[in-house]
Design a protein around this ligand. Structure first.
Ligand code: ARG
Length: 565
């Protein structure tokens, strides 16, 4: 149906091609405005007429075909009211395929996504939870659109802090305590270092010396560092496993340590490097930015140096069309500097290909969350707490489930609840964290969407003779609740494109709630398991399609589903 309307418009409009028409065609927010609407604003300039006049002219030139009830002009819009049964047929024929929503738009081009990237010897905190779930969702979204995505974990595993940690370990650490408590103990001795260094500044020199040893390949220094690294990665992987998330590359900052010398010479060759109080910088004042620090006055490389090396490595290795960086907005300047330096090195592609994707904070709003040593909140603990809260609810709601089913459902729903809460609002906004809301089975939550999925499953389990290949009586699907549900189904492909264009998983999360709500209204208004076979089959088929799109939407957010909960 949509395609037919696009063709109708294409025949009537000379100055736009089919793709542009498809892009402009909207689904109006209210039924009074029809099923599809075409805005004429953008034609005004080209055709030198008022958009209202253009809309009227186009309408007059279209002969209303039999699948369309009427065409109306309202303001600058041409509104198409399709015949309801024909509309139902169009939507169902398109959405019945399992691949509905997938496309080959990406044409196997590569997108690198740099996300999660926690810091070795530091806890995986709520901020890292955000980059992890946003990055993972973008990976799913772009994969669905036919891109090849490289998931890169740029671990914070190099830098002067490791010199400090080695000094701390040598002075106040013990192997046993680190083995037993892992990151928690590393954080404890790191804090201790700073307390002691306040009293005894020589410790700072020692730390610098240890980091220098690391940079020059000293065996002992690297052995201790690698040990801290392994311990940390093991803990991080536990959190990833809980969330069922994977990476293609754990290439942290240390991976680029041998490439930073080349970065320095390249910058020198381009005449970009300047001395500044013993340090080396790239002056960016012309672009209203603070200088980009490349080498500290003790000659050691820094975060930005390694990021420049990383861009070059990734371009060479993956030949990406885009490289996305998902971090908190406080790193905005850092990425602006790195991207600018890449441009100044003569890389024309840098301007459009390197993209920083910032996000807001998590505000805990007085919520009591379990903490470990030093009152630090670990993402892992939040996930575990969510799982146990959901377990209680499931125990109450569905005591008949087997222990195994309860276990599985609690994990998937508990973790999903936290992820959904994180992705529901625009990423740049702060996320508020309220247990009561997150784990609720009603409202705009993960459990609500998952519950609706389980409801669809249960409906289909209880009809015996349903198969997706049934003959459909489209007249059954012309009541308001059915049409509203079909409209939501109709939107899925454009939702995915919009989420990709705006790097905004919340578009998918909001859609999942809208779809679930539309289904629940459909279910309230219409009995599904009725005796008339044509009615039952048609409603079951819509349930079947809804169920699959709910699952696919949740999957795009990195959230699983269960059949019973
Ligand atoms: N490790 C950093 C942090 O925790 C994030 C790294 C982001 N990626 C990058 N290429 N700089 O803030």
């Amino acid at each position: 149906m949509k395609d037919k309307i696009i063709t109708l418009l294409d025949n009537a409009i000379d100055v736009l091609d089919k793709n542009q028409i498809e892009q402009f065609l909207e689904q109006p927010p209210k039924p009074e405005l029809g099923d599809y609407a075409f805005p004429c604003f953008r034609l005004a300039k080209e055709l030198r007429k008022a958009p209202q006049q253009i809309a009227a002219d186009i309408k007059d030139s279209i002969a209303c075909p039999d699948y369309i009830e009427k065409i109306e002009v309202q303001g600058a819009y041409i509104n198409f009211f399709t015949k309801k049964d024909a509309y139902a047929k169009g939507v169902i024929e398109r959405s019945i395929e399992d691949s509905y929503g997938s496309s080959d738009e990406g044409n196997s081009k590569t997108i690198c996504i740099d996300y999660s990237s926690p810091n070795v010897a530091k806890n995986f905190h709520v901020g890292h939870l955000r980059t992890t779930v946003i990055g993972n969702s973008l990976y799913k979204i772009f994969t669905k659109l036919g891109y090849n995505v490289e998931r890169i974990n740029h671990l914070g595993d190099w830098g002067t802090q490791f010199g400090k940690l080695i000094v701390a370990y040598k002075n106040w650490g013990s192997e046993e305590a680190i083995k037993e408590k892992g990151i928690e103990e590393l954080m404890r001795i790191y804090v201790l270092f700073h307390e002691e260094a306040d009293k005894n500044p020589e410790l700072e020199d020692e730390a610098r010396a240890w980091f220098h040893k690391m940079e020059t390949g000293d065996e002992e220094a690297l052995k201790i560092w690698k040990w801290f690294f392994d311990i940390s990665l093991e803990e991080f992987k536990r959190t990833y496993k809980l969330m069922n998330m994977e990476f293609d590359h754990f290439t942290g900052e240390s991976f680029y340590r041998d490439m930073t010398d080349d970065v320095v010479s390249e910058l020198e060759d381009h005449g970009l490097l300047q001395d500044s109080e013993g340090a080396k910088i790239v002056d960016l004042s012309e672009y209203d930015m603070a200088p980009c620090l490349i080498l500290k006055n003790d000659g050691s490389s820094i975060y930005a140096t390694r990021d420049i090396a990383a861009v070059e490595y990734r371009k060479k290795t993956y030949n990406f069309t885009k490289c996305l960086y998902v971090t908190g907005q406080e790193q905005k300047l850092h990425f602006a500097q790195v991207f600018k330096v890449m441009e100044l090195l003569g890389n024309d592609w840098a301007k459009d290909s390197l993209i920083h994707i910032p996000y807001g904070l998590v505000s805990l709003g007085g919520e009591k969350l379990s903490t470990r040593g030093g009152n630090v909140i670990y993402a892992e603990d939040i996930l575990k707490e969510a799982i146990s809260k959901i377990k209680e609810i499931i125990n109450e709601k569905n005591p008949d489930l087997s222990d195994e089913e309860k276990e599985e459902a609690s994990r998937i729903v508990g973790v999903g609840a936290v992820i959904f809460n994180d992705l529901y609002n625009q990423r740049i906004k702060d996320v508020s964290f309220k247990w009561e809301h997150i784990t609720s089975f009603e409202g705009e939550t993960g459990p609500y969407v998952q519950y609706t999925y389980a409801r669809c499953s249960s409906i289909l389990r209880n009809v015996e003779d349903f198969a997706p290949s049934v003959d459909i009586d489209y007249n059954v699907l012309t009541d308001t609740a059915s049409v509203d549900l079909l409209k939501e189904i109709d939107k899925f492909p454009s939702i995915i494109s919009e989420a990709a264009d705006r790097y905004e998983p919340s578009v998918v999360a909001r859609y999942a709630v809208d779809l679930a709500q539309a289904f629940n209204r459909f279910y309230t208004d219409n009995r599904i398991a009725v005796d008339e076979k044509n009615v039952r089959d048609s409603r079951c088929l819509v349930t079947y399609i809804t169920r699959r799109i709910l699952k696919d939407s949740l999957d795009l957010l990195g959230i699983g589903c269960v059949e019973r909960m």
